[in-house]
Write a protein that binds this ligand. Sequence first.
Ligand SMILES: [Zn+2]
Ligand SMILES: [Zn+2]
Ligand SMILES: [Zn+2]
Ligand SMILES: [Zn+2]
Length: 202
Amino acid sequence: MSFIVHSKIGATPLKVSSISKKEYYRKWKEEGRCVNCTLQPPLPDRTKCKKCSERTNAEYQKRKAGRIASQKCVKCSTRKPKRGCISCGHCIKRDFRNYKARQADYQRVREISFKAKWKEPVYQAYGGYRCNCCGQEGEKFLTIDHVNNDGTEHRKEIGKSSWHLFKWLTRNNFPPGFQVLCWNCNMGKRVNRGTCPHKGAK
Ligand SMILES: [Zn+2]
Ligand SMILES: [Zn+2]
Ligand SMILES: [Zn+2]
Ligand SMILES: [Zn+2]
């Protein structure tokens, strides 16, 4: 495959076949150039310059209007749009699937970075991923426990999720009064009036 590359202002366009278009796109993005004209800097957080994105948008709007007028799906332009919509059922489903997948990816990335920033330091400060009562290991089995059983009150104050607690502990320099417990010991402690049944019934 070959395509035309407009490399510099005034220069004769190069015909490129050795490098894929994708690689050029990446290169231009890195160099801070519009991927369409490669002459202007792109708009902030975009890949195209103002002129190019305006033009692409205008073209898109025109195409869209034409498809709506001819009763075709604005996405695939072949199937009939769903009643009350501008795209067909097939395209709606596909877009929704893609959207869901993107959301899931985004969620995963967010979780990983949150974990590194807020969760890891808290567990390290309170003795690592190991239950302070029974010794159960494994991150997913564990939770941060309020030693004096005032967790409900505290959570009301700082927010319900464990992220709120992680942030609060970090910002308060990991104060005493907290420990790592497994869910089992945590629950046992709750139903046994503040002492885990491992340590004797009350
Ligand atoms: Zn441009
Ligand atoms: Zn369609
Ligand atoms: Zn335990
Ligand atoms: Zn226990």
